[in-house]
Design a protein around this ligand. Structure first.
Ligand code: NG1
Ligand code: ZN
Length: 538
């Protein structure tokens, strides 16, 4: 095996990255695609080890750079239950990726095996998929070479969304246990979603509220949503797909998609909506979604991840109470510092639910949500899901409803636990979830928006000499900077001048930049505050 690895990796020499090392960050490895073949090769090796360590359970590999520009790509590993790879292994991923030459890689690989106490002959299996980026093909080649050299069985699922790959990993590994997660195929994913949706959607809504428009960022969401629609009758779900030009790679995430809409706070290119039309945007690998619409006079209104979190928490909380499970099942919401302050206040004061804050990055939110009976987590940018714990699912299975009202609520709750992707944020699943909730509440986007008013806010990205110098206070959920020591005290002075002012600075985990987020009662205050804080930071 080691000699085979040595030979195979020679086809994928390490690119010249100058002084910079590769690093496995919050989203795996992500960078310009031409720097990645050697990295993907090493990720293949690590996944093979991970599978051996996890008793031969299937490990997933997703090749995508999500909302990044078309020339980038990335790769990340999915653990047996469909979660992000365990954090302790990130160090090994980085170690292998930075091997200088073939011999170095072989030696690091052998050392990994020893240090992680992996039995070489253990069974191993990997499944993988990629988004629509043309560079994906060459990366798949590097991946297959690593899997073959390491004697790893694999299945190539071709082009799929990130959440579909997570689903496939989970479904493969739960096969054989008495509670099947779903059929092990992309078709099975559609069937599971469609069945749950059909059980819960209120039929009149599709006619009454008009279609939902879906901007697919010219990425993988487009073909996959088209497939999903084949499983959903049009009288129950009417979606109109926009930005589906996957044959024009330059257009991926370009002036469209969830990230663009959220950061620019404006409609995507090719927007043709009339006032109050319900629009959504997915990102390049379809794990994020945001809603929006224009009021009369083209006033843009965004319904972002915070809005989806509040809508879901409100509705699911209501179902739990109505089904008679209120005493047994508690709901919690998990946010990051990027959540709009008004959403947090609404969850705590109006919905009377607990909010927990974690650092940025899905894995942090996911773990915190998994500790709740039912945990709702969303990043403001539209990535999120709702996790039903074993405990909650058991209570939902066992509960004997005492009235028709209880029965109805319980049936809906059970269907939602199947509709919602339990492994990771999923734009397609979230889309169906929001549509179901709006249909039950008989709400248009206008009523949804009116639940609370967002504080004016802005997110800036600034380039600094060395972003790694920016370190936040442990336990502050990234709300305060510890280093460089001079910055936070000066920021505190600035922020204090603005009504409801809040501002924080942190290094991005996915881009070579520092992010500055600010919010305040007035939009001009936000501008002013961020201007002053930027001066302090750069
Ligand atoms: P960084 O670059 O660390 O801020 C960004 C997003 C995260 C998350 C990751 C992974 C913001 C402010 N940050 O992280 O929420 O989605 O990318 O893709 O949106
Ligand atoms: Zn994404």
């Amino acid at each position: 095996e080691f000699e085979a690895v040595l030979e195979a990796c020679k086809q994928f020499p390490r690119a010249d990255t100058g002084k910079k090392d590769y690093g496995y960050g919050t989203a795996g490895f992500r960078m310009r695609a031409d720097l990645l073949p050697s990295v993907v090769f090493t990720v293949g090796l690590l996944a093979s080890l991970r599978s051996r360590k996890c008793n031969g359970n299937v490990i997933g590999i997703m090749i995508t750079a999500s909302h990044n520009p078309a020339e980038d790509n990335g790769v990340k590993i999915v653990d047996p239950e469909g979660e992000m790879m365990s954090e302790e292994w990130e160090w090994y991923a980085t170690w292998l990726a930075n091997a200088r030459d073939p011999e170095g890689l072989r030696n690091s690989y052998m050392q990994c095996m020893n240090q992680l106490r992996i039995l070489r002959e253990s069974p191993r299996k990997v499944i993988f998929a990629r988004d629509t980026r043309p560079s994906g093909e060459a990366l798949v080649k590097a991946l297959k070479a690593a899997l073959e050299a390491s004697g790893t069985e694999y299945i190539d699922y071709g082009i799929a969304t990130t959440p579909q790959l997570h689903y496939l990993v989970r479904a493969t590994n739960t096969l054989g246990s008495d509670r099947e997660y779903g059929e092990v195929s992309i078709e099975g994913y559609y069937k599971k979603l469609a069945a749950a949706f059909m059980n819960t959607m209120h039929i009149e809504y599709a006619n009454q509220a008009g279609p939902v428009y879906v901007d697919c960022a010219n990425g993988v969401g487009a073909p996959q949503l088209k497939e999903l629609l084949k499983h959903l009758p049009e009288d129950k779900f009417k979606a109109i797909i926009v930005n589906d030009k996957i044959d024009q790679p330059d257009r991926l995430n370009n002036r469209c998609g969830a990230d663009w809409v959220k950061t620019q706070q404006r409609v995507p290119e090719d927007f043709t909506g009339k006032a109050w039309d319900r629009w959504t945007s997915l990102d390049g690998d379809a794990d994020r979604i945001v809603y929006y619409f224009c009021e009369e006079g083209s006033v843009f209104r965004l319904l972002d991840g915070d809005r989806i979190a509040t809508l879901a928490a409100d509705y699911i909380g209501e179902l739990v109470t109505k089904s008679g499970l209120g005493e047994q099942i508690k709901l919690g919401v998990v946010q990051t510092a990027y959540a709009n302050g008004a959403s947090t206040k609404y969850i705590e004061k109006t919905l009377k639910l607990k909010v927990e804050f974690t650092p940025t990055g899905v894995k942090h939110l996911h773990h915190a949500a998994a500790r709740q009976d039912i945990g709702v987590y969303f990043e403001a940018n539209g990535h999120g899901t709702v996790l039903f714990s074993e405990r909650a699912q058991k209570a939902m299975r066992k509960h004997q409803p005492q009235s028709t009202a209880q029965l109805n609520a319980l049936t809906t709750l059970r269907a939602l636990s199947n509709l919602i992707n339990q492994t990771v944020g999923d734009a397609l699943s979230d889309l169906l979830l929001v549509e179901v909730i709006l249909s039950h509440k008989q709400w248009t986007v206008k009523e949804w928006l009116s639940t609370y008013s967002d504080l004016p806010n802005k997110l800036l990205k600034v380039n600094v000499m060395d972003r790694n110098k920016f370190i936040t206070v442990p336990g502050s959920a990234e709300r305060r900077l510890e280093r460089p020591p001079a910055i936070q005290p000066r920021m505190d002075e600035i922020i204090a001048k603005y009504r409801e002012g809040r501002c924080f600075v942190r290094a991005s985990g996915t881009e070579d930049a520092v992010r500055i987020y600010g919010e305040a009662a007035e939009a001009y205050d936000v501008e002013d505050m961020l201007g002053h804080v930027t001066e302090v930071v750069i």
